[in-house]
Ligand binder design. Structure first.
Ligand code: GMT
Length: 374
């Protein structure tokens, strides 16, 4: 198949999934055309069968804001026509599904370009709900030839919040279990915790929806019972507040801010527990990466997290903001070696058995075929 893929190229789970999907499809012999405003960060090396098409927005004194959605639609038309695409798979509805709709309509006398939209999270649960966006998002989803959501939760939200009548296929996110795997404790871990302290870890884009300050409050409670450190990976609007909270709670020596990092597998392997106390999380790809490395996860009970994490088996789930309970769960696991090992194995097994790329990529291929034949 000749497949166009559009995604956000910067840090973020939707861009990761879109790019990794593109790479896997290319490996299987499909021709993949990635269309975005910058080279996706997961496409750092040459991959046979993948071509990148950059969307450029021209500036003109009359335009106070760049016309990205239109520039994207124009690039989609160009690539679909001249590369003879069979379908265009867009990740994150806003504005990608709308640009794709425009491209499809403009091309309709020349070819039947099929559009597949994958819903990832805040495109449905937050941004898309803004009254000015809602009709546009609903329309663009319903005009897609195929729609997928990364969890049952997100599918249900789309149906209820948008009165969406389009069938939605749930295709969960995936991971490469041969890349994300337990490697044993690393030298990095010994540097962070030289006295054998336990290591908690969290990775995100530090947006308010991630509730990163909760991870620091959890650590504060955990160290009352178990010596521990917290590694925070990523960057974003809440980082300064988190640094201030560390100073206020006198935790500067126990919390390490690493900023954005590439070598996630090594860092995850140095840690013992993954924390994801989000306010909203449609899937939780970061938690899946940790589970694949054998880390039990402590999460809030929101969105798609309960579909990923089995409570009292691969980790623990608590109410949003209940840092006391989350800390109790952490102490329970970190202080009981036998239980910890069992949870660690369960977490890895669940990632391997349910979310390995070898299980999910064929589901996408099958879905593509169905849409092409519709
Ligand atoms: O929706 C977002 O906030 C952005 C998006 C992204 O691009 O990272 O995250 C969502 O998609 C990820 C990949 O499917 C999921 O793992 C995240 O849970 C989801 N984020 C939220 O729902 C907040």
């Amino acid at each position: 198949m000749k497949i166009g893929i559009t995604c956000y190229p910067t840090y973020g789970g939707s861009g990761v999934i879109a790019t990794e999907l593109g790479k896997e499809l290319a490996l299987k012999g499909h021709e993949v055309h990635l269309i975005s405003y910058a080279l996706p960060f997961r496409l750092s090396k040459f991959v046979k069968n993948i071509v990148f098409h950059e969307v450029e927005t021209s500036s003109y004194p009359l335009f106070e804001f760049p016309l990205y959605s239109l520039a994207l639609a124009s690039k989609m038309i160009e690539v679909a026509e001249y590369e003879n695409l069979d379908l265009l798979h867009v990740h994150y509805a806003i504005p990608h599904a709308t640009s794709a709709y425009l491209a499809k309509q403009i091309l309709k006398d020349k070819k039947d370009l099929k559009i597949i939209t994958t819903l990832h999270g805040t495109d449905i649960t937050l941004v898309g709900l803004e009254p000015s966006f809602l009709p546009l998002v609903k329309f663009s989803i319903e005009q897609s030839d195929g729609v997928t959501a990364v969890s049952r939760f997100l599918k249900e939200k789309t149906i209820t919040n948008y009165s969406c009548e389009k069938p939605i296929e749930v295709i969960p996110n995936f991971i490469d279990i041969n890349l994300y795997k337990p490697n044993g404790k690393t030298a990095f871990g010994e540097r962070i915790a030289p006295d054998g302290e336990k290591i908690l870890v969290h990775t995100s884009n530090f947006r308010p929806v991630k509730r990163v300050p909760d991870t620091i409050k959890i650590l504060k409670k955990v160290i009352e019972d178990v010596p521990a450190k917290l590694i925070l990976i990523g960057d974003g609007p809440d980082r300064s507040e988190c640094e201030r909270l560390c100073r206020q709670l006198d935790l500067c020596d126990q919390v390490k801010f690493l900023g954005k990092q590439e070598g996630l597998v090594e860092i995850l392997n140095s840690a013992d527990l993954f924390l994801i106390p989000s306010q909203s999380e449609s899937f939780g790809l970061a938690a899946l990466e940790a589970m694949a490395c054998g880390l039990p996860v402590i999460s809030s009970s929101v969105g798609g997290l309960p579909e990923l994490i089995n409570h009292n088996e691969t980790g623990f789930i608590a109410e949003i903001g209940d840092v006391d309970r989350m800390a109790k769960y952490a102490v329970d696991l970190l202080g009981n070696d036998r239980k910890y090992k069992l949870f660690s194995k369960n977490a890895r097994d669940r990632a391997v058995n349910k979310f390995d790329k070898s299980k999910i990529i064929p589901i996408y291929e099958e879905f593509y075929k169905r849409v092409l034949n519709s």
